[in-house]
Design a protein around this ligand. Structure first.
Ligand code: SAH
Ligand code: AVI
Length: 337
């Protein structure tokens, strides 16, 4: 097989268009050790979802996006494809800043609309997972020869105040329905903080998953190929590595339930039998009873009204609401009110 080798000059031109920096925390957030200590003191035990995303977790999430059951990615991609031109023409961004950008696969629709409208914004993907930022940048630099990528590594729960503030009109983007992984309180605090950074002319594009038949939601979070289960269990590998632990991920079952009252998916790891886990770095042993659950993620689902209300609570004014015909997914373009 002939694999074309990339010329040194092509490679160096790509590198000139790529920068990567860490975003310092704007406030102190618990370390992984503190999150485990606090989360395991609660009942049910709980872990923050940001720990899913080591290199393997990001890769597993990317594979989940292609499963037949996980409708959000392809639905949002279709919606972005249909609405990107309208969004870009309204905002005319000089910078696109994406929070929790992951592989940036869907963001490509925005870049294509920029290209078609003679705009060349710079792209600032912000993610907690360094590996996914590098992989995303590599693909984007290849696909868009005009694009410069300023990757930002950091944890948005530690605040946004130290995000770089490039001059010019900015489109902030938060896709995938990741807003639903925050509690309502966390979400309003996060959106308010973002609102505080926004200047006249800036805009915010939010992707959010909608309420729908519980069986569709549950299937999306429990795919037949078992990828979501592997993604869920992987958080135990992350803890083992960070805290010299001896969790056996296979001693836990994956469980995804739709909580209708709270309009959210709840993802749990359920102990398959009584067991004790040693976290050496914490000098602690934790007992898990057969059937005991660890809450690893919530994924809230919105109505058009609850989504608008959440944005308004953060003083963000929705100016356009794009939704698929089946109302499976929403994209809302908002401006500071
Ligand atoms: N936006 C992409 C990826 C969604 S997956 C999409 O729509 O497909 C969620 C992404 O958010 C992951 O890449 C994860 O690493 C990132 N993430 C999760 N918690 C984060 C945090 N606290 N700070 C920064 N990034 C975070
Ligand atoms: C990143 N986030 C929006 C995903 C979701 O749907 O809540 C994470 C995920 N968890 C299980 N599958 C996907």
């Amino acid at each position: 097989m002939n694999i074309p080798l990339e010329g040194a000059s092509v490679r160096s031109r790509k590198l000139e268009r790529f920068k990567c920096q860490a975003v310092p925390a704007a406030r102190v957030v618990p370390t992984l050790a503190e999150d485990v200590l606090q989360g395991f003191a609660r009942r049910p035990r709980v872990l923050p979802p940001k720990y899913f995303y080591d290199a393997l977790g990001s890769e597993l999430f990317d594979q989940i996006c292609d499963t037949p059951e996980y409708y959000p990615t392809r639905t949002e991609a279709r919606l972005l494809d249909q609405s990107a031109h309208s969004i870009i023409c309204q905002v005319k961004p000089e910078h696109i800043i994406e929070l929790g950008s992951g592989t940036s696969r869907k963001t490509a629709h925005l870049f294509e609309a920029c290209e078609a409208n003679g705009l060349e914004p710079s792209y600032w993907p912000f993610d907690v997972c360094e590996e996914v930022l590098h992989a995303a940048a590599e693909a984007l630099l290849e696909a868009h020869p005009w694009l410069s990528v300023q990757a930002l590594i950091g944890d948005y729960s530690a605040g946004l105040a130290h995000l770089p503030q490039p001059a010019g009109r900015r489109l902030f983007v938060f896709l995938g329905g990741t807003i639903g992984n925050l509690t309502p309180e966390e979400s309003i605090a996060f959106l308010s903080e973002l609102r505080g950074l926004m200047r006249e002319g800036d805009a915010f594009l939010l992707g959010a998953d909608r309420t729908k038949a519980p069986r569709l939601l549950q299937a999306a979070y429990d795919d037949a190929s078992g990828l979501t289960a592997e993604f869920n269990r992987n958080v135990l590998n992350v803890i083992n590595r960070a805290l010299r632990g001896d969790f056996n991920p296979h001693a836990f079952d994956h469980l995804a339930l739709y909580n209708e009252a709270l309009q959210r998916i709840e993802m749990y790891l359920v102990a398959r039998h009584d067991q004790e886990v040693h976290l050496m770095a914490l000098e602690r042993r934790y007992g898990f009873l057969h059937g005991e659950r660890i809450l690893t993620e919530i994924s809230r689902k919105f109505t058009a009204e609850s989504l608008t209300a959440e944005l308004r609570a953060a003083r963000l004014n929705p100016i356009r609401h794009y939704q698929t015909e089946d109302q499976y997914f929403s994209l809302v373009l908002a401006q500071p009110s």
